[in-house]
Design a protein around this ligand. Structure first.
Ligand code: 5GP
Length: 199
């Protein structure tokens, strides 16, 4: 019997093509701001920007970065907290820049969904605090809309939840295996060679 792969290898071209194929669906949401969850969301966000323009201005969409860690050890965090809590590595000083925007949150993979739930809930909390500073009429005009895009969604029971009202786009649904991404590879030629063998 053939051995099952322990991990799935994605190449830069695989990721690029999945994003290109997803763009038609994402364009319906008309995003005019991207929030990339780092570090895995950075490359996908940049590729997405190649295919999406701000429909109101026809300009490149700005990309903001947030840094969250669920798996990586972070100084000052006890091992018990890791894996059950998301830790902020980088976070916007003010959510004012998000008011009135159509925001696409981008990450490379939706695994347990903990990170996405945290990112969305915390961004909404910060945005609501900014909205409270506005008059009632201004508030109505400045509610941002959120959507989520991930390159890969692992088919598994999710720990985190996203509201059903939030548009959710994915490049591909994949089995619950570890995904090896090209930007994590130290030897990209070897990564590509193994990815080709896997196909
Ligand atoms: P979550 O479990 O919160 O959905 O995923 C948290 C983060 O863990 C993701 O943003 C991603 O950076 C990392 N992660 C989860 N599963 C994988 C995987 O299969 N491969 C890689 N490279 N990172 C993963």
């Amino acid at each position: 019997m053939a051995e099952q792969p322990q991990q799935l290898r994605a190449t830069y071209n695989d990721v690029h093509k999945l994003i290109r194929e997803s763009v038609k669906r994402i364009a319906d949401f008309k995003p005019n701001l991207i929030i990339a969850i780092g570090g895995g969301g950075f490359f996908p966000a940049r590729v997405l920007r190649t295919f999406l323009k701000d429909p109101t201005t026809n300009k490149d969409i700005p990309i903001h970065a947030i840094g969250l860690s669920l798996y990586e050890p972070v100084l000052g965090v006890t091992p018990e907290r890791l894996g059950t809590e998301v830790v902020r590595i980088q976070w916007p000083a003010s959510a004012k820049i998000f008011l009135g925007k159509r925001i696409l949150i981008v990450d490379e993979v939706d695994d347990s969904r903990t990170t996405l739930q945290y990112a969305l809930a915390e961004l909404q909390k910060d945005v609501n605090a900014e909205l409270q500073k506005l008059s009632e009429s201004e508030r109505d005009k400045n509610h941002p809309e959120f959507a989520v895009f991930v390159v890969h969604n692992k088919l598994k029971e999710k720990v985190g939840k996203l509201p059903a009202t939030i548009p959710y786009y994915t490049g591909a649904e994949v089995p619950d295996l570890w995904l090896a991404y090209p930007w994590e590879a130290e030897d990209i030629d070897e990564h590509d060679r193994l990815a080709a063998l896997q196909k």
